[in-house]
Ligand binder design. Sequence first.
Ligand SMILES: [Mg+2]
Length: 305
Amino acid sequence: MRRTEDRLRGALLGLALGDAVGAPFEGWPRVGGAEVDAWLDDGARLRWTDDTHMALALAQVLDADDGALDEERLGDAFAAAFAEQPWRGYGAGPPQVFALARRGLTYREAAASLFGGSGSFGNGAAMRVAPVALVARSDLERAAELAAAQARVTHTHPEGVEGAVFVATAAAVLATSDAPVDSMPQLLRTTTERMSADPLRRALTEVLAAAPDVERLTRVARRVGTGVAARESVPAAVAALLSGHDVVSTLRAAVVLGGDTDTIAAMAGTLAGAVHGASDIPRRLLDRLEAAEQLEALASALLER
Ligand SMILES: [Mg+2]
């Protein structure tokens, strides 16, 4: 049981650490391994972006609502976080949702109206979802429901929603499984089979089939893409997970893919933390991580539920 707690704690810390490690490289088409290593060895503060900012809001609402989720309350918490620190690297979608909600739409209605009425298929709901795995660790149906509900506050396209459901349920499965690490692809295949949004599901299936060959994983990830669409960045995060042997090497594998590096590394960190645990994250990195104490305290609060 203690081991599971360490791994769930690792999911939340891994999200924030990946976000902060990937942030300086966001938008680079490729990143050299030496550049990532230099940043990992740097002494500078590891500052995270909107990914962690929204995850903190989600964690606080889940904690205050006793593990339940009121979508309007969550939307208000996201909007308040954005109003307070709009410089955290937010994409264009969430601020539009917040503005429409201020005019009287529900958050879900506002989110559904984006992109000509199809809703966002971006990775914004998947990047922040780790707290759901902590709350619903022992109930995958509940984890999927909560992940989808928190997604629809800003992302209503099936791929935007299923990207979040995948990351949350995968983190819960990985954190609670006693299976050896090399059976990860099999565990994740079961999680993938629950999905129906096809380009995303197909890309995940391709990535899982490439494991454990790291070169092949990289090739598939580059072909699928590393952009902000969930159908690209969620499979890229899984390719990084299956290329790493601990949290740090997973984050390195995520960042070198380039593209939406902070979010790919945040999702890879969520999953790698769930596999290897918070105790696998080097102290020297946690000491540099912005608000690490607050994240650890929130993880404890969610795990007490
Ligand atoms: Mg970000």
